[in-house]
Design a protein around this ligand. Structure first.
Ligand SMILES: [Fe+2]
Length: 340
């Protein structure tokens, strides 16, 4: 320690306090003494110390318990416990509970100086460790921010790729992403789920990149094979996103966005709450937008019809609780449903 080391000696033997405070004072240390727990607590509350030398047996209170109380007042304090009982188990317990060193009575001033020196080195190391950790945390946060940037670039490229493949998809996904946010707010979802939901909604149909242009653009009735092919887009979406770790948490939401609440959907025929919550939400928002897009009526009529359809399929295709949340949200905030 480069500056003057500030020491607090706590012992119920006045002789020890007098002798060692005088000897350490002569050596240039700043020393204060306390013969009981209350005085020690008061001193620690009023002044800053570097090391507390603490007797384990202090009448009504044990040194280690006092150490805990003082740590609550000043977490940066270092402690050296001394006692007439030199049992290894007490030494181990003292170190376990946060003491830096342990001295057995009777001791000499040289023992205290050795301890002061040891604690000084320990404190320097702790400081270096703290600084290193702070530097590492800064670097990790810089890297995370870089990764986030890359992540959003990837997201934007994927969305544009979808649009090139199937015109109108980007707009649809953007609107679905908007509706799921309204449902997430109504259901009071956790922020992590809200973020996942937003991204999953944007990318729920990304697997269509893997479907042939012929099938996607076909106006007439699809053959069974073509239908099977198009129904593989959730798995294809997962295959596309799987190599990117950033998308890991949204894969189940994408894989199951065409499951039906009654188990009649695909790819796995899951039902009820076995379908991931985010998929159930996307399913409602996705269908709502599809109904609106298919029938370009006047806005009011279209909304009415879309909600009628959602309610008709509630409990069959859709989770009733989510449909209700979406309907309630529309009743309360109709203006937020206007999207472009
Ligand atoms: Fe889909």
């Amino acid at each position: 320690m480069s500056e003057i080391t500030r020491i607090l000696l706590v012992d119920d033997e006045d002789r020890i306090l007098e002798t060692f405070s005088m000897l350490l004072g002569d050596l240039g240390y700043y020393v204060k003494t306390a013969s009981d727990g209350c005085t020690a607590i008061t001193l620690v509350s009023e002044e800053t110390f570097d090391i507390v030398f603490l007797d384990q047996f202090l009448g009504t209170i044990k040194g280690l318990d006092l150490m805990q109380k003082m740590s609550g007042i000043d977490p940066d304090l270092y402690y050296v416990i001394f006692t007439a009982n030199g049992s290894p188990s007490l030494a181990v317990e003292a170190l376990k509970r946060g003491a830096s060193d342990f001295i057995t009575k009777p001791f000499f001033v040289a023992d205290l100086i050795k301890s002061i020196d040891y604690v000084g080195k320990k404190r320097d190391l702790d400081r270096q460790k703290k600084e290193l950790l702070a530097t590492l945390e800064t670097r990790v946060s810089e890297k995370e921010s870089e990764l986030r940037q890359i992540y959003f670039s990837v997201l934007s490229s994927l969305a544009q790729a979808m649009e090139k493949k199937d015109t109108g998809t980007y707009g649809h996904c953007r609107r679905v992403s908007h509706y799921v946010r309204l449902i997430a707010a109504a259901l009071d979802l956790h922020e992590n789920d809200r973020n996942d939901l937003k991204v999953a909604a944007m990318l729920h149909d990304i697997g269509k990149i893997g479907i042939s242009d012929f099938i996607l653009g076909k106006n007439g009735r699809l053959t069974n094979d073509e239908l099977d092919n198009i129904r593989r887009h959730p798995q294809k979406g997962v295959e596309i996103l799987k190599p990117l770790k950033q998308f890991e948490s949204i894969l189940p939401a994408i894989l199951h966005h065409h499951e039906n609440y009654d188990g009649s959907g695909y790819p796995e025929g899951l039902s009820g709450e076995n379908i991931p919550l985010l998929s159930r939400i996307i399913s409602v928002a996705d269908s709502y937008d599809v109904i609106l897009s298919d029938r370009p009526y006047r806005a009011g009529t279209t909304n009415e019809r879309a909600f009628k359809e959602l309610l008709r399929c509630s409990g069959k295709q859709f989770d009733p609780e989510i449909v209700q949340a979406f309907v309630d949200m529309h009743t309360r905030y109709a203006d937020r449903f206007v999207t472009s």
